[in-house]
Design a protein. Structure first.
Length: 231
């Protein structure tokens, strides 16, 4: 593990694919329509299709990296996010996220850092009664620029009275990892959402976890060890 656990003072969580399990349901639906003779790995193709549909910025940023036009694409993603409209939908919860947040609450200040609009973010949090766990909620229009710019994480850190380098950004895409690294924070990539391990590592994720709830296992294990050392 390359995380410096002793530095972590505050946590920032992405929503889609990290707290909200939106993609698996859609992936299953899309997969049924993909012909086997065209797609060798229908599950992976369906996941990629959903990623583009749900969060086109993630796919565009990967393409931009290959073409060497990262800065231009980042500016375009920011423009696109700010002009997106809220579309009511039924949310799903990544299994175990509610219990994880309950465990972490009180140990660290917690923030939501989402590119989603405020209405959609609050609708998700209210549906599962999660807002009570968060000290700060940063959405797509809270800061001057959205992820992958560092602005939302810098804003969340300021509101939590934490230095950016003492924050941990947890997300499922390269957009989250880029934003965290640009802000000077440590980053964890989770594999329960849109991202895949090779690309998350490529963009500098300090740690990769199978799913978001495992964050509590890692961090609270460190807290217990520290307490025993002090005693």
């Amino acid at each position: 593990m390359s995380l410096e656990l002793s530095r972590i003072r505050a946590l920032c969580f992405d929503v889609d694919g990290t707290l909200s399990d939106t993609d698996d349901l859609y992936m299953q639906k899309v997969q049924r329509f993909l012909p086997r003779f065209l797609f060798r790995d229908r599950a992976r193709a369906a996941r990629r299709f959903v990623m583009w549909a749900e969060a086109p910025g993630n796919g565009l940023l990967g393409l931009a990296d290959d073409l060497g036009i990262d800065d231009e694409m980042t500016a375009f993603i920011n423009w696109m996010n700010r002009r997106g409209k809220y579309q009511p939908k039924k949310f799903l919860l990544v299994p175990g996220v509610d219990k994880m947040l309950a465990r972490l609450h009180g140990y660290y200040p917690l923030a939501v850092v989402s590119a989603r609009d405020e209405r959609g973010t609050l609708a998700f949090l209210e549906q599962f009664d999660l807002a009570k766990f968060f000290d700060v909620i940063v959405t797509g229009l809270s800061a001057e620029h959205t992820k992958p710019y560092p602005d939302p994480i810098l804003l969340a850190a300021k509101k939590m009275n934490a230095a950016p380098e003492n924050c941990l950004m947890i997300g499922d895409t390269t957009v989250d990892i880029r934003a965290g690294k640009s802000a000077g924070a440590q980053t964890v990539g989770v594999l329960c959402g849109f991202g895949e391990e090779p690309e998350l590592r490529k963009f500098g994720a300090d740690e990769i976890l199978a799913d978001t709830p495992k964050v509590a296992d890692v961090l609270l294990a460190e807290n217990k060890t520290s307490r025993k050392t002090i005693l």
